[in-house]
Design a protein around this ligand. Structure first.
Ligand SMILES: Cc1ncc(COP(=O)(O)O)c(C=O)c1O
Length: 335
């Protein structure tokens, strides 16, 4: 399927405009020289709203659905420094909707980082001092639990799964795959690697579906930053299949081909910065003056550098790192 045909399919699905697109694809000249191959950043951190990040693309489809169904309140949830929750709050406010954010954590004495921004956006934050666990969970079960609690606390609402991870949300990254495929072709990047941080897997599934439908030569690699979910590769393969089916282009994605490195670069755990990630963050800041976040992009960037340096990411092909945002979390980890 060519990009125009895919664009036509996407046009049939309701979407609200929240993002500045196309986001830039930038060469990192000093880092590339140091590494010995071209490294690019795809700047989805510069996408808006309220300091941006990957969730904005997903919310264009999800919130269009909320409006279409006549909802006034939007519910979602995440970890205490969830970027998804903050971007949902901003996008909901922009559309005149009421954001409700749930956290499985006690209310912290001081609101920092994303929580501070939620407060400025006057989002309703519901802190539940139970249910937090560091053991892998089922995504479906956690979504169900929050849905139930939200019915009791908030009443009728539009529910957005964790991380905006759903078929509709995934369409945002099918659009992004199309955008990136066209930019990479224009730059002559051939079969470049595309590396992305993986939290709930929705971004990876959308990109995988999009690049596959386009038969793009770009090669994808997701780096897990959380070790959060049970049967993670299987859920990603199923989601990519459902996204293609929604676009009327059924496709099978074998579990054995899910482009995901699980656990290796997670460090101490989800939501906790890792020494390797912090070093990668400092390296990009020092060489290019560009910041990453400590929870997602820094760990994935560290994984990318490690694999390049160990010859595990092809040989001389260009590498594109998808900067998925998350910068407010920097201010929640002073020192
Ligand atoms: C900054 C950032 N990068 C990457 C991700 C991972 O995206 P996904 O949940 O779609 O895997 C998230 C959210 O989870 C995020 O906030």
């Amino acid at each position: 399927m060519d990009a125009e045909a895919l664009a036509r399919r996407l046009e049939e699905i309701p979407r609200v405009r929240l993002v500045h697109e196309p986001t830039p694809l930038e060469l990192l000249p000093r880092l590339s020289a140091a590494i010995g191959r071209p490294v690019y950043l795809k700047r989805d951190d510069a996408i808006g709203p309220a300091m941006g990040g990957n969730k904005a693309r997903k919310l264009e489809y999800l919130l269009a659905d909320a409006l279409r169904r006549g909802h006034r309140r939007v519910v979602t949830y995440g970890g205490p420094q969830s970027n998804h929750a903050r971007i949902t709050a901003a996008a909901a406010r922009r559309l005149g909707l009421e954001p409700h954010l749930f956290y499985f954590a006690p209310r912290p004495p001081r609101l920092t980082g994303n929580l501070l921004l939620n407060d400025l956006l006057e989002a309703h934050m519901h802190f539940l001092p139970f249910g937090g666990t560091s053991r892998p969970r089922s995504i479906a079960w956690t979504d169900f639990l929050v849905r139930l609690l939200a019915w009791l606390r908030v009443g009728p609402h539009y529910f957005i799964p964790v991380g905006g991870r759903s078929v509709l949300g995934g369409l945002g990254y099918v659009r992004a795959a199309m955008e990136l495929h066209q930019q990479a072709q224009a730059e002559g990047l051939g079969s470049a690697w595309v590396v992305v941080a993986v939290g709930t897997g929705g971004t990876l599934a959308g990109l995988w579906a999009g690049l596959t439908l386009l038969q793009s030569p770009l090669r994808l690699l997701g780096i897990d930053v959380g070790a959060l979910w049970k049967n993670f590769p299987k859920t990603i393969a199923r989601l990519a299949e459902q996204i293609c089916a929604r676009l009327g282009e059924p496709h099978r994605f074998p579990i054995t081909e899910v482009p995901l490195i699980e656990r290796t670069y997670v460090g101490p755990g989800y939501g906790v910065p890792s020494p390797q990630g912090n070093e990668a963050l400092r390296r990009l800041a020092r060489t290019e003056g560009i910041l990453l976040d400590p929870i997602y992009t820094a760990k994935a960037f560290a994984g990318m550098l490690d694999r390049i340096e160990n010859g595990q990411l092809g040989e001389r092909e260009p590498v594109i790192f998808l900067h998925t945002g998350g910068l407010p979390a920097l201010f929640a980890f002073e020192g």
